[in-house]
Each structure stands twice: as structure tokens, then as C-alpha cells.
Design a protein around this ligand. Sequence first.
Ligand SMILES: Cc1cc2nc3c(=O)[nH]c(=O)nc-3n(C[C@H](O)[C@H](O)[C@H](O)COP(=O)(O)O)c2cc1C
Length: 369
Amino acid sequence: MVNISRRRFVSTAPTVIAGASLLSACAPGNDPTDYSSLAAEIRRDGPQLGPGEIALLQELVRIATLAPSSHNTQCWKFALEDQAITILRDPLRRCPAVDPDDHHVFISLGCATENLLQASLAHGLQGEAAFDVSREAIRVALAPTSAYVSPLFKAIPARQCTRGDYDSKPLSSEELSLLERAGASSSVRILLITERPAVERVLDYVVQANTAQMADPAFVRELRSWIRFNGVEAAHKRDGLYSATTGNPNIPTWLGELAFGLLFRTKGENDKYARQIRNSAGIAIFVGQSADKAHWVEVGRCYERFALQATALGIRNALVNQPVEVQAVRPQFATAFGLASQRPDLIVRFGRGPVMPYSLRRPVQAVLV
Ligand SMILES: Cc1cc2nc3c(=O)[nH]c(=O)nc-3n(C[C@H](O)[C@H](O)[C@H](O)COP(=O)(O)O)c2cc1C
């Protein structure tokens, strides 16, 4: 069966693409220098503040947008007020096939909220986040306080979803408890799985759900629209999933689309997941107390703290969400991990491994209301 991976299309390096990389030698974007300098500029850790409160608020928005978002859609908008920033969803950046109820959208907004709160404190502003049910938005009220540069804030530019291989080594119990503490709250639970039989059970569900997604034409069409096959295309759009972030070569867009449709197969992808889940130190499952938008935002905040804490410790993470995305698989997955009456929200593998190229973000002006 001809098949295509999900966002992890880009995370397989089949020999055919290795062959195609010969072609890529003449492809636009083969030289990653421009891409790398743009990525570094987007993730600069020093502020470039002009005078005035607006400049500060815009700097906080820039740091908020360094958060993860599903398919790197950057599905957010920011409304600046006097002493407040409201984070809204961008309805033009939904993914109805993989995320029909906007679950991932609200988790992404939660990740941006956490960055915004960390950045506010580092700039001498205490942020108070509240979910506004009528607007389905998060309003962060800002009040002056003493500046505190937290280790989580410092980790924001270096955080990434690292889709490469990890080194198979376990984490220490101190590291695991720091991750656990960072990733939980009064309404979000985190299950850390490190025993091998349980990790294998997670893998079984990832393979089952990935196989279902790859056979779903709507899922595949939507995914393809977010893939950026070379540095020029990625730098032009500044969103989506750039293939090099998973270690694959730049290829011309036409070839990428052809390869995407013809050359990627379920087995190769599933084998890669088996390898990468097995070479991870463990799996984290995030579960909100209720399945509603306010809790999805809270899950996003917890996941982002987990990811920042991991980054601060030199630990990588990547999402393997297929079992929570495929509706037919999700209840079985929940039952298998003792969550029968709850909706598991995110599945994350973690461990140590090399950094991959960073993803891009659109300019601040593009995300302001
Ligand atoms: C709610 C949510 C769901 C995601 N699901 C997946 C996933 O299943 N697989 C994956 O490889 N990445 C997943 N991602 C990661 C995004 O693709 C990633 O954040 C985005 O490409 C930006 O890259 P960065 O996090 O490295 O900055 C998800 C991110 C979020 C916030």
C-alpha cells in the first residue's frame, strides 16, 4: 500500500530521498545558512526593545510564539491592551482532520500562555492568566513586580520538539521527579512511564493509530499542506513542518510532494517509531481533569513547563500523539493506562540526544490582532 507519514513524514530518511538529495544539490534552499540565521534571529535570547510599553508587550509576544503548536500552525493571535495581553485562536489555522474539536489548538494556546507568563516575570511583570469562556481566549493581566529570570524562562529559546533518536539511557530519579513536578498541576496529571513492558504497550498503540492515520486521505492531505520541503519554502512561510528539523535533506517542493505521495510507507514509519520509542528514556502521558477548552489550555501550560524543565536539564522530548488523535484508538489507550473515564491529552517521549535544526516562527506583526 502506498502510504504517507503524518508530520513525521519528514522524520524518515528513506534511501529514495537520499538519492533525491543529489537533485537537492541544485535545489533552492540547499545551503541552510539563511535558514539557520533566520532561526537564530527568531530565537535570540536578548531583547531588542524599543522605547515604551508597546515594545515590551511585543517582545513578550515574540517569546510567547516560541512555544510549540501542532503542525507548527502557530494557531494564535495576540491582542495587546493596557497592562494585559489576550491570546486568541486563529480560526484560519485550524487542522480539522487531525484536530476536529480544536483540542490541539487550545493546548498550543496554553503552551504560548506559559511562555508569556515566564517572559513577563523575567521582565518585571507578574502575569495572571484566566480563561475567558465567552471569548474562548486566555487573558493575561500584567502587574509590576520584581523581575525574576527563571531557569524555565532561560530555556525558552533552546526548547524544541526533537524528533531524532535518543541515547537509550535512563534518567536519574531526581531528573524524573523534576520533570514530574514541572508537568503537573492541580487539574493536570502526568504519568511517567519508564518500565519497558509499559513503554512497549505505548508503542503498540502508536503503531496502530499511525497506521490508521496514514490510511486516512483527509489526514494526509492536511498534513501535506503543512510540510515545508526546503529551506527557501520554510523561510518564505515561516510556519509548518520543515523536513530538515528531522534530519532529512532539502529537496525541491515538486519532488517533495511527489515523494510524499509515492514513496513513504506505513512500515518504514512504524519501524522508526519503534526504534525511537525504544531508544527513549521514557514516555509521559498528560491528562487533564476534564475534557474542555479551559483544561486543554492548562494541559498546554503543564506540557510547556515540562518541556522547558527538560531543556534546562539537557533532556529532549517529542510528541507521539497518534493514539490520542485517532478517536477509535483513544478509549482503548486510556483503558490500557488506567484512565478509562478520562481523555488522555498528550503523549511525549523523552531522553537525551542531539539537537536538531530549529523550526521557524512568523514575525510578531503577523500575530497581532
Ligand atoms: C498540541 C500539540 C500536538 C503536537 N503533536 C505532535 C505529534 O503528534 N507529533 C510530532 O512530531 N509533533 C507534534 N507536535 C509538535 C509540533 O509539530 C512542534 O511544536 C512544531 O513543529 C514547532 O516545532 P518546535 O516545537 O520544535 O518549536 C505537537 C505540538 C503540540 C503543541
